[in-house]
Design a protein around this ligand. Structure first.
Ligand code: F6R
Length: 616
């Protein structure tokens, strides 16, 4: 999704801006651009191609300056086209980039048009550029303060003015923005430099001195100095924000022997799980942060808020929490929860789950829960420096490492590991975990990396199935109990990267409607662990076979489900108990991956999707 980089420096900052965009590329974008102050005027390069092309354009055109801003755009208002790409200019004087969505852009556009402003794009961003220009009377900081007071919606902006070289002003509300302070070391080696970015990762290797701007902040960057102003109603007051030392990873991980990042990340799961569980010697609430014991003691229920794949890890956790920790749990899609009337209970542990920690809907749902008086908050998140971690009292940081592929894989399995630990910690505090049970669960968790290796070795068999899937346009996924969310995740993976329409159902629900879809043309993927529901599931498989449906079953070794005409079986290892979902999701990830490869889609950057969804 959209990315921002901006800087003032005594040196040329264009290579740093472009490199920053490259580091944000994995988040998904459809155009990119850079603007600088050069020769007393604004200069810009924009492209609907890759950032590498933008780099060549800036080099060929000799774009160089110590003041500039850059952006990767993920289209919301207006098609992905050069004229809609950021930075946007206003009357050759103001240059501006923006992440987020301005809700009152129509009203502002009409107002500015009436004042004679001409719009070259369909974006809401151009409205902000003209608004800043309209309010500009010689001081960019004042103009930006005035402009943001008029905006409704979410924004992170970076802006500079032709008449004030060596100055960039930023502001944020609802979209992340960080300030970087230059150092003697790093790629730029300029302690007077100041940077803006939507994510610390954009500045990896440039500076590790980061200020996390808070909601409503406006920031003024000049050579060797910066000021933060905090919003207080309709006014802004100077404020101090702590400079933190943050080791951001570049994300530009090598592909190694893999064809795509997604494949690499699927195969990284044994290591990601080992890293996530490293240092877990025993179950204790303090794994989730200081004060977790008293929080866990004071809650009677769990409310999980998440989106997409992360919501499926939450759905899996609901089964664990209710059966092992005996605590009622509800799972809500964040974009729904934030807008519906619900009945709050202050004795609720609100758990957000997020790979990126920046998902706008999940952050807003968290805020909503807090506004309803639910103050016990915990996040399971893969980015320690993210807004989600900063906003929640307690956290478990999964150590999946940077996930580049848009389709989440290793983040999901490590979320499950974090959620299982949460289940055990709550069970312990609530008196439902004996020492022996704790030891058994920990043993099974520690063995997961080895068990996963055995599942990954099934790849050649999955490749053979993928050839058949690549010719289909629809697929059904079935699972029961703990593995129903895994079926949902398998269907989501298939649709998002292969563009095959896929739906998942709890297998017992089939006869209540979806069975009507089953014909010889409909592949039915089934997750078949050897759990208490196996016999019921076998009956559901019969229902499909009786209608001519073709079954593709991932069956635990001890299930005794054998291949026969119309029934294809890939044998999983023996049943892995409560942690079985972490194993069963892997062949579904591989199936989606190889089907997408066979169809020739852009696996790591599927159409219309972004890695980090920072807009509503
Ligand atoms: C699907 C996928 C998305 C994300 C969702 C939430 O493969 O990755 O469904 O899970 O956008 O993102 P996070 O976890 O970053 O909050």
């Amino acid at each position: 999704m959209c990315g921002i980089v901006g800087a003032v420096s005594a040196n040329n900052i264009v290579p740093i801006l472009v490199q920053g965009l490259q580091r944000l590329e994995y988040r998904g974008y459809d155009s990119c651009g850079v603007a600088v102050h050069q020769g007393g005027e604004l200069r810009r390069s924009r492209s609907t191609s890759r950032v590498a092309e933008l780099r060549t354009m800036t080099e060929d055109d000799g774009v160089a300056s110590g003041t500039g801003i850059a952006h990767t755009r993920w289209a919301t208002h207006g098609a992905p086209a050069v004229h809609n790409a950021h930075p946007h200019f206003s009357r050759g004087q103001i240059a501006l980039v923006h992440n987020g969505i301005i809700e009152n852009h129509d009203e502002l556009r009409d107002e500015l048009k009436a004042k004679g402003y001409v719009f070259e794009s369909q974006t809401d961003t151009e409205v902000i550029a003209h608004l800043v220009h309209h309010l500009y009377a010689g001081d960019l900081l004042e103009a930006v303060q005035g402009a943001v007071l008029r905006l409704r919606g979410a924004y992170a902006i970076a802006v500079f003015c032709r008449d004030e070289p060596g100055r960039v002003v930023g502001a944020r509300e609802g979209s992340p923005l960080i300030l970087g302070v230059g150092t003697e070391s790093g790629t730029q080696a300029d302690p007077t430099a100041r940077y803006l970015a939507s994510d610390a990762m954009a500045l990896a290797g440039v500076t590790d001195r980061i200020v996390y701007l808070e909601e409503g902040d406006v920031v003024d960057l000049q050579l060797g100095k910066h000021w933060v102003l905090a919003r207080d109603g309709e006014r802004f007051k100077p404020t101090e924000r702590e400079v933190k030392i943050v080791q951001a990873h570049s994300g530009a991980a090598e592909l190694g022997p893999y064809r795509h990042y997604m494949q690499k990340e699927i195969f990284e799961q044994p290591r990601a799980l080992a890293d996530t569980l490293e240092g877990v010697e025993g179950i204790t609430p303090e794994l989730f942060g200081d004060g977790a014991y008293s929080v866990f003691k004071n809650v009677d229920r769990v409310l999980i808020l998440a989106c997409g794949t992360s919501s499926y890890s939450g759905m899996t956790a609901k089964y664990w929490l209710e059966s092992i920790a005996k605590i009622p749990c509800s799972v809500e899609i964040a974009s729904e929860y934030r807008y519906r009337d619900s009945v709050p209970d202050p004795r609720t542990l609100v758990v957000t789950i997020s790979q990126s920690g920046e998902t706008a809907d999940t952050l807003a749902a968290l805020k909503h829960a807090r506004s309803l008086g639910m103050e016990h908050t915990l996040t399971i998140c893969n980015v320690a420096t993210s807004a989600m971690v900063r906003e929640c009292k307690l956290a478990y940081i999964t150590r999946a490492g940077v996930e580049v592929g848009v389709a989440s894989t290793k983040a999901f399995s490590t979320q499950l590991a974090g959620l299982f630990l949460l289940t055990l910690a709550l069970a312990q505090v609530r008196g439902h975990l004996t020492d022996e049970q704790e030891a058994q669960h920990l043993k099974a968790m520690r063995h997961l990396p080895v068990a996963l290796q055995a599942v990954l070795a099934l790849e050649p068999q999955v490749v053979a199935w993928a050839e058949a899937f690549a010719r289909k346009e629809n697929a059904l996924f079935l699972g029961r109990g703990l593995h129903y969310p895994i079926a949902l995740e398998g269907a989501l993976k298939l649709k998002e990267i292969s563009y095959i329409h896929a739906e998942a159902y709890p297998a017992g629900e089939l006869k209540h409607g979806p069975l009507a879809l089953v014909t010889a043309e409909m592949p039915v993927v089934t997750v078949a662990p050897n759990d208490a529901l196996l016999e019921k599931l076998k009956s559901n498989l019969q229902e499909v076979r009786a209608r001519g449906g073709e079954l593709f079953v991932f069956a635990d070794d001890d299930t005794k489900i054998e291949s026969s005409p119309g029934l294809h079986v890939i044998r999983m290892p023996e049943h892995y108990g409560a942690l079985s979902p972490i194993l069963h999701v892997v062949p579904l990830q591989l199936l989606a991956y190889h089907t997408a490869c066979a169809r020739g889609t852009d696996v790591d950057k599927p159409r219309n999707l972004a890695k980090s969804v920072t807009v509503e």
